[in-house]
Design a protein around this ligand. Structure first.
Ligand code: CUA
Length: 658
């Protein structure tokens, strides 16, 4: 799997040329030093070339940014490409003390994600979806779903912070998330069938009682929020819906959803019934869902939805009558459904079939118009005839899962069983970009190991940029030191700038925070984050000045009955006030403003015994509320090393006993 070692002299000569060191001054360093270092570490030419492509010296910035789901961490992780350096973790569904998330910051946002009134303080983040304008990332917003509780979060990319969490009222597990081409809707597809509202039911009437759904969450860019009141759902059969991708250009107005339990298997292995793993893959094909969302929106607006658990749901009968929902056979146990850049092809991979199946948007539209049905499912939903809608089938290898697109007519499919990334050619207009014939497998690059999703630069947009692809591998086995039996996952960076068989792995990044599922890769220059908040007294939740923010010179502690308000300013290296006296049982509303205007001058506010941690970024104002129920002396301090007098940046909370 690794390149054969090459005599070091040849290797170094070639790599030094690649590194551009021959021309250079490079201080006291010389070719001989490079040779010595490479020799000492046993590096090949290929290794040195990979290093030259990825090594990012201090101060050099990355060209691209990965927004990766954090899996069980419940967060989003931000990684630079090609350096593969972790730049930031964005706290989303899980409390995170560095950002104060859940310890004084964002507690109200986290509470929006309560499930039946109960806090669920972790998430299984799966599909990040960057906001899009005309089908391409615009760098403004990021959405991420939580599979375990069926929730969706909104992240503002001006400050990389979570602004909103929504709980799907119909179901308790989801899988797919995508946006429509102008981010009109954030689309969430459910996963495991449950009765709506996850109300109690036994498995014997699964077909009648359980359901799936797709939710169209209306996004209001101006407010920076999803508006639940303008959102709606489509009732779906209780097949396990999986990935969702939005049509664009040629397929604009549609969304496509995979499903994998059209057998309606209900398990029961303890009663000697077939286990899910057998029952769910019994049929030769599953059913791709095709939803006309623009028509569905019109039906919803015309009052065609019915309230279920406080949410408008378009019933299956209405979807059939109005022509909102169609099915078509797809290879069994599918995982990926990926719309090609022009929207003309929809690529589906069934993990038990070595082919990718490519559907044509034109043919789908024609089949809908001509009612070219091969029948209907048990719920009466018309099934478009397979042969009428398929464009091509390409044999790519074992266990194909997901597909991304390059800039040059190539498509890339992850192969779970082969542990490889397949490069193959698209046909149609794309065929002009590649030297190989249309619809052919070109090359497979081995990856280590068991790849799930893959991500290319803008690889799921109307404008894929090629250059790099990342293989999100589930197993690392022998790639890293073993930190005990729970091993890191492996993100492998692949250089896809070449053609044909030229697509080497050039970097391995261990992922030790959970199992990331999907990730998107965006041009770094499309992101326009603030380095400091625009003005002092900024409320990041509302993205405007907080009129109640404490101001310099107005620091004080006020009391009204048993409510104490603290008006505190924070600046290197002082909390003002640094004495706060309250009585046991008081309600404390502690407002604090960072007066800082210097980039990276961040302060923390940590209070022992009260589970309070806050991050105050330059200009930010935060309000923390608590009951002073424990008497005593509590030294609060700045938890960021902000200055030489950081240790002195503290104060005393004194809670007088009753
Ligand atoms: Cu402020 Cu340390």
């Amino acid at each position: 799997m690794k390149h054969a070692p090459i005599p070091i002299r040849t290797a170094v000569a070639a790599s030094v040329a690649a590194l551009g060191l021959l021309a250079g001054h490079a201080g006291a360093q010389s070719m001989a030093d490079v040779q010595k270092a490479a020799q000492a570490r046993g590096l090949s030419t290929a290794d040195l070339l990979a290093a030259a492509k990825t090594y990012t010296p201090s101060g050099m910035k990355d060209e691209f940014v990965i927004f990766s789901s954090g899996g069980h961490s419940g967060q989003v992780h931000v990684i630079g490409v090609p350096s593969m350096r972790l730049i930031r973790t964005i706290a989303v569904f899980t409390p995170e003390p560095w950002q104060g998330w859940g310890y004084g910051v964002g507690n109200d946002v986290l509470a929006q994600g309560n499930v039946a009134g109960k806090p669920n303080l972790w998430g299984d983040t799966h599909h990040p979806a960057l906001s899009e304008t005309n089908g391409d990332y615009d760098g403004e917003w990021l959405f991420i779903n939580d599979k375990v509780n069926s929730r969706v979060a909104v992240i503002d990319l001006r400050d990389f912070e979570t602004k909103q969490i929504l709980k799907n009222p119909l179901t308790v597990s989801n899988h797919g998330l995508c946006v429509t081409p102008n981010t009109e809707y954030v689309v969430e597809s459910s996963q495991y069938g449950v009765p709506f509202g996850w109300e109690y039911a036994t498995m014997d009437k699964y077909k009648e009682t359980h359901r799936g759904c797709v939710i169209f969450w209306k996004f209001d860019r101006k407010q920076g929020r999803i508006v639940p009141g303008e959102s709606f759902a489509l009732e779906l059969p209780p097949y396990w819906q999986d990935i969702v991708d939005a049509g664009k250009l040629a397929s604009d107005g549609f969304i496509f959803i995979n499903s994998l339990n059209t057998e309606l298997a209900t398990g029961g292995v303890q009663d000697k019934k077939p286990p899910f793993e057998a029952g769910v893959s019994r049929n030769a094909t599953d059913l791709l869902h095709i939803v006309d969302w623009k028509k569905a929106e019109a039906v919803f607006r015309a009052g065609g939805a019915k309230e279920q658990f406080g949410f408008p749901v378009i019933p299956i009968e209405t979807s059939i009558a109005e022509g909102l929902l169609y099915l078509t056979p797809e290879p069994r146990s599918p995982h990926g459904v990926d719309v090609a850049p022009r929207g003309d092809f929809i690529v589906v991979a069934g993990k038990l079939d070595p082919h990718v199946t490519v559907y044509s948007a034109e043919k789908i539209k024609r089949a809908i118009a001509n009612k070219t049905y091969s029948g209907s499912d048990d719920y009466g939903i018309p099934i478009l005839e397979f042969d009428a809608v398929v464009e091509a089938r390409v044999e790519v290898g074992l266990g194909p899962l997901h597909t991304q697109f390059g800039s040059d007519g190539y498509a890339y499919t992850s192969l779970f069983l082969d542990s490889a990334i397949a490069r193959w050619t698209l046909g149609g207009e794309y065929g002009k970009g590649t030297p190989e014939p249309d619809w052919t497998l070109v090359h497979k690059t081995p990856v280590q190991y068991n790849v799930g999703h893959l991500g290319a630069v803008h690889g799921d947009t109307v404008n894929p940029l090629g250059r790099y692809l990342v293989s999100f591998n589930k197993w690392s086995v022998d790639r890293f030191l073993h930190p005990g039996p729970l091993l890191a996952q492996n993100f492998q960076l692949i250089d896809i700038s070449g053609q044909g068989a030229n697509m080497p792995v050039i970097y391995d990044m261990p992922i030790g925070f959970g199992e990331p599922h999907y990730a998107q890769i965006i041009r770094a220059d499309l992101l326009k984050p603030w380095s400091i908040y625009p003005e002092v007294g900024w409320d990041p939740h509302k993205q405007r000045i907080d009129p109640m923010a404490p101001k310099k010179g107005m620091e004080r502690v006020t009391r009204e009955g048993s409510t104490v308000e603290v008006w505190m300013t924070v600046v290197r290296s002082q909390f003002n006030p640094d004495h706060v006296k309250v009585k046991q049982g008081d309600t404390v509303i502690w407002r604090m403003t960072s007066l800082e205007r210097a980039v990276d001058a961040v302060h923390g506010f940590a209070v022992p015994g009260y589970n309070i941690a806050v991050s105050l970024e330059p200009g930010e104002t935060v309000t923390v509320e608590f009951i002073a129920d424990t008497p005593g002396v509590f030294p609060y301090y700045c938890s960021e090393f902000c200055s030489a007098l950081h240790l002195e940046m503290m104060g005393y909370l004194m809670v007088e006993p009753n």
